[in-house]
Design a protein around this ligand. Structure first.
Ligand SMILES: *Cc1c(COP(=O)(O)O)cnc(C)c1O
Length: 481
């Protein structure tokens, strides 16, 4: 494809945009569980208005755009009190949870470089339920992940095992409030004590839960201490573009005090161009997301969020209680927030997901990992709650239908192919063999995903990651003639 010779008028482009738009999930109708965080039309409009007004401004230079710095400072200040921080807590606005985590890991690494220079191969202790973004940060920043098993029943981090994982190279410890996959909060107080005792940086990932948990607590949910009120907590990440319902590109990374945050900041006068001072990974950046986040938080307000949280809290209780009663399904763990997962020991969950898709529901598969067998994840947002009863009816019907469908043949094909894996065969050759044996190609998006999901689920980890990267590379490869 080339850049068009002549510019195309907007009315024609609009038709094309609309055609592309049609291909996507229609997210407004609340039938997508996860991916979208829909605050309702009014708050959405408020966010869009602010977003468009500040879209073209550049957060690169807050001396020229003080508005953008002010939005950021206000959001950080609100977050600090929301998370029970003292007036020493500092933080910054970022483009998302991944960037917040990236920055916290960088700060922890560079803090260790300055204060524990004898550590040459830094390690991060991560419960296996920690978000993939920590693996990404570790890969980018050259920190080694030390994965630690969790309680196989509750899926919470195990403080004894976390403590045992400490070595002379440990630079940080991570826990989640709550974890995305199972929606459970790690024992932050116990872990905070261990971190303090050993003088280790402790990051609490409140990306998905940080904003909402205080509201669940006010509604009577049994929420343990999970934030800066716990002494050993050094830093936290908290997304706004999840349960603060602000448009995407909005998260916060927070530190107990500016001494820790120092290691996040970047300044560079070592070149002939303009002086660069960045608090985040991005340099030039639109003012849209921060203006929109500021506006939506003010628009909804504390009472509005409490109201939304109440719907999520009650909706989740209803779903959990009902799903437990559907034949063949079982809950993975009792959740602390409005996200949880369930599975089956008799029915292929991948068929259930496809059957639900036929009924226009979009729910996420989570593959088997450690003690967590493959399962279905639900995140219950404000716009989903109205659909709980029809959703449950369809889920029951889908489980019933799926229970009579053939499954396991792809997993068997994978196992057979793997049994012929000789040391001279590379991982990618092995993968090619497995995929051809299972009859899977990655050239287009299928209608039914169960075969692909079953294969991915059955692949051993290195091959699973390899397959996913191949898929990504295919999807964004050169245009086929
Ligand atoms: C969503 C999430 C992240 C990553 O956030 P992105 O905004 O998708 O980059 C990190 N941790 C947890 C617990 C999350 O739920």
């Amino acid at each position: 494809m080339n850049i068009p010779n002549k510019g195309i008028p907007m009315d024609i482009l609009q038709e094309k945009l609309d055609a592309y738009d049609q291909q996507d999930l229609s997210w407004h109708d609340g039938r997508t569980w996860g991916y979208v965080y829909d605050p309702g039309r009014k708050a959405e409009e408020a966010g869009k208005t602010a977003y468009m007004q500040f879209l073209q401004k550049n957060g690169l230079d807050f001396t020229i755009y003080p508005s953008i710095a002010q939005f950021e400072k206000d959001l950080v200040s609100m977050a600090a009190s929301h998370l029970h921080g003292s007036n020493e807590v500092v933080g910054n606005f970022t483009s998302g949870g991944t960037e917040s985590i990236m920055l916290a890991v960088k700060a922890a690494r560079d803090y260790a470089r300055a204060n524990k220079p004898e550590i040459l191969e830094p390690e991060m202790i991560l419960p296996i339920t920690g978000h993939a973004a920590f693996h990404k940060a570790a890969q980018y920043l050259n920190v080694k992940i030390v994965p630690v098993d969790v309680n196989p029943v509750t899926f919470r981090a195990n403080p004894d095992l976390m403590q045992q994982a400490i070595t002379k190279n440990t630079i940080m410890m991570v826990a989640s409030s709550p974890s995305y996959a199972h929606g459970v909060i790690d024992p932050i107080e116990d872990l905070g004590k261990i971190a303090s005792t050993h003088g280790i940086w402790f990051h609490v990932d409140g990306c998905v839960g940080g904003f909402l948990l205080p509201y669940f607590k006010r509604l009577g949910a049994n929420i343990p201490k999970f934030d800066f009120s716990v002494e050993g907590v050094t830093s936290m990440s908290m997304d706004l573009h999840k349960y603060a319902y602000t448009p995407k590109g909005a998260s916060l990374v927070m530190y107990r005090n500016s001494e820790y945050r120092k290691y996040q900041l970047f300044a560079c006068a070592d070149w002939p161009g303009y002086t660069v001072i960045n608090s985040s990974v991005q340099s030039s950046k639109t003012g849209g997301p921060v203006a929109a986040a500021w506006t939506v938080v003010h628009f909804i307000g504390d009472d509005g969020y409490l109201e939304i949280a109440k719907r999520q809290y009650e909706g989740t209780k209803r779903l959990v209680e009902k799903i437990k009663q559907i034949q063949g399904l079982r809950l993975m763990a009792e959740p602390d927030l409005c996200m949880f997962s369930f599975t089956s020991d008799t029915i292929s969950i991948f068929h259930i997901i496809d059957e639900m898709r036929e009924r226009h529901w979009y729910i996420q598969p989570q593959f088997a990992f450690g003690p967590s067998k493959e399962n279905i994840h639900l995140s219950v947002g404000a716009s989903n709650v109205q659909w709980i009863e029809p959703f449950l009816l369809d889920l029951e019907a889908s489980a019933k239908k799926a229970s009579s469908m053939e499954s396991g043949q792809y997993a068997t094909a994978v196992k057979e192919a793997l049994s012929g894996w000789t040391p001279d065969m590379s991982e990618s050759d092995m993968l090619i063999q497995i995929l051809s044996k299972a009859g899977i190609d990655f050239h287009s998006l299928p209608d039914r995903w169960a075969p692909v999901n079953e294969v991915l689920n059955a692949l051993p980890l290195p091959l699973r990651n390899l397959a996913l990267k191949e898929f990504l590379s295919e999807m964004f490869g050169p245009e086929q003639p």
